[in-house]
Design a protein around this ligand. Structure first.
Ligand SMILES: *[C@@H]1O[C@H](CO)[C@@H](O)[C@H](O)[C@H]1NC(C)=O
Ligand SMILES: *[C@@H]1O[C@H](CO)[C@@H](O)[C@H](O)[C@H]1NC(C)=O
Ligand SMILES: *[C@@H]1O[C@H](CO)[C@@H](O)[C@H](O)[C@H]1NC(C)=O
Ligand SMILES: *[C@@H]1O[C@H](CO)[C@@H](O)[C@H](O)[C@H]1NC(C)=O
Length: 311
C-alpha cells in the first residue's frame, strides 16, 4: 500500500468510527507541553489537552499510552480528545521516559507505593498541577488506558486511591501483577497468565501501597479480549479478584449482560463500583468504545449532579 492509500484508508476508518458521534473529525486544539509541574523523579513528559470551551470546574481524564506508542499516538488514537471539545473536560497525556519500549513503569516498588516515586508519581503531579492551574474538579479525576495504559490505570488507582474517582482499563493487568523486579521490568509470569492469586492476597497487595488509607476507593471497569496473546486473559480474572476484594463486593457477578457493551462481549456486574467485560474473539488490539468510557465516568455531565468521589 502506498503512503497515500494508507492515509486514505485511515481517513475512511476514522470516518466510520466517527459516525457514532455528532462531532467534527479530530480534536480542535493541539497538545501543549508543560514543564516544571512538581515531583517527577523519572522524568515523565507532560502533555495537556485543553479544549476551547471548558466546564466551569472541569473534570480531568488521564490517558496513559500503550507500549511502543506515545502521548501523540494516544491523543490521535481515540475520539476522547475530540469529545473533550464537546463536553469540556481536560485530558492529560503523559509520555513515558522509557525510550527503549515506551512501556510504563508498573513494576517498581516506587511506582506501586503512594508518594513513593516512579512514573505514577510524575503522573499524579500532572493531575495536581492541572487541578490548581485550571480550577479543575478534584472529585472528578479519571484514568483510562489500553495495554500498558491499562496497567498504569490499575497502578494509579491502587497507589493513589485518594486522587481518582474511577478507572477504565482495557487489556491490562491487576495492580501489582508486574511487581518486584525493578523499574519498568516486563513480567513474563503475569503476561502469560501464570500469576493466580486469591482476592485477599490481591487486596493485601493493593492496601500495602498506601497503608492506613481507609477513605473512598475509586470505581473500576476492566475489559479483556479472550484471544489476547500479549496479556493472557487470565489477567481479567486477576483484576476481578483484586478489585472485588478491595471494593468489598461479592466475588461472583450480581448480573451478567450478554452482548453488552458490544456484540460478543459479556459484561459482569459486581456492584456499582466494579464491572468486567470479556470480549469473545478479541485480540490484544481491543478498540476503545468512547461512549462506554464517557458513560462510566459520566463525562457528558456538567454541573453538581455528576458522578464524583465524595469531597
Ligand atoms: C531527570 O532529569 C533530571 C534533569 O535533567 C536529571 O538530573 C535526572 O537524572 C533525570 N532522572 C532520570 C531518572 O533520568
Ligand atoms: C521491593 O519490594 C520487594 C517486596 O517487598 C522487596 O523484596 C525488594 O527488596 C524491594 N526492592 C527495593 C529496591 O526496595
Ligand atoms: C487459580 O487458583 C484457584 C485456586 O487455587 C484454582 O481453582 C484455579 O483453577 C486456578 N486458575 C488457574 C488459571 O490456574
Ligand atoms: C459502543 O458501546 C455502545 C453502548 O453499549 C454501543 O451502543 C455501540 O454500538 C458501541 N460501539 C461500537 C463501535 O461497537
Amino acid at each position: 500500500m502506498s503512503q497515500f492509500q494508507v492515509v486514505l484508508r485511515c481517513f475512511f476508518i476514522s470516518l466510520s468510527l466517527l459516525s457514532w458521534f455528532p462531532v467534527a473529525l479530530g480534536a480542535a486544539n493541539s497538545l501543549i507541553q508543560i514543564k516544571d509541574f512538581g515531583l517527577n523523579p523519572t522524568n515523565v513528559t507532560f502533555y495537556l489537552y485543553v479544549p476551547s470551551k471548558l466546564q466551569a470546574k472541569p473534570p480531568i481524564l488521564v490517558n496513559p499510552h500503550w507500549c511502543h506508542g506515545d502521548a501523540s499516538d494516544c491523543f490521535k488514537g481515540t475520539q476522547l480528545a475530540t469529545l473533550a471539545d464537546t463536553y469540556g473536560y481536560l485530558m492529560i497525556f503523559p509520555d513515558s521516559p522509557n525510550t527503549a519500549d515506551k512501556c510504563w513503569d508498573v513494576s517498581s516498588n516506587a511506582t506501586l507505593t503512594h508518594n513513593g516515586g516512579g512514573d505514577s508519581l510524575g503522573i499524579v503531579s500532572m493531575v495536581k498541577y492541572t487541578l490548581a492551574k485550571y480550577n479543575a474538579d478534584p472529585t472528578r479525576v479519571f484514568s483510562m488506558g489500553t495495554s500498558s495504559g491499562a496497567m498504569m490505570t490499575n497502578v494509579l488507582l491502587g497507589s493513589y486511591p485518594d486522587i481518582f474517582a474511577a478507572g477504565s482499563a482495557w487489556a491490562g493487568v491487576a495492580f501489582g501483577c508486574f511487581a518486584g523486579n525493578g523499574y519498568d521490568v516486563w513480567s513474563n509470569a503475569c503476561a502469560t497468565g501464570t500469576i493466580n492469586r486469591t482476592g485477599s492476597e490481591w487486596k493485601a497487595i493493593v492496601e500495602a501501597a498506601d497503608p492506613g488509607y481507609s477513605g473512598f476507593r475509586p470505581k473500576m471497569q476492566v475489559f479483556h479480549g479472550t484471544a489476547d496473546t500479549t496479556l493472557n486473559p487470565q489477567n481479567l480474572q486477576e483484576e476481578i479478584k483484586e478489585w472485588t476484594a478491595v471494593l468489598e463486593l461479592p466475588s461472583t457477578p450480581v448480573k451478567t449482560l450478554v452482548d453488552y457493551y458490544e456484540k460478543g462481549w459479556t459484561t459482569y456486574i459486581y456492584g456499582d463500583s466494579f464491572q468486567a467485560t470479556s470480549a469473545a474473539g478479541v485480540t490484544h488490539n481491543i478498540q476503545t468504545n468512547e461512549t462506554v468510557v464517557l458513560d462510566w465516568f459520566d463525562l457528558t455531565c456538567s454541573g453538581s449532579k455528576c458522578y464524583s468521589r465524595p469531597s
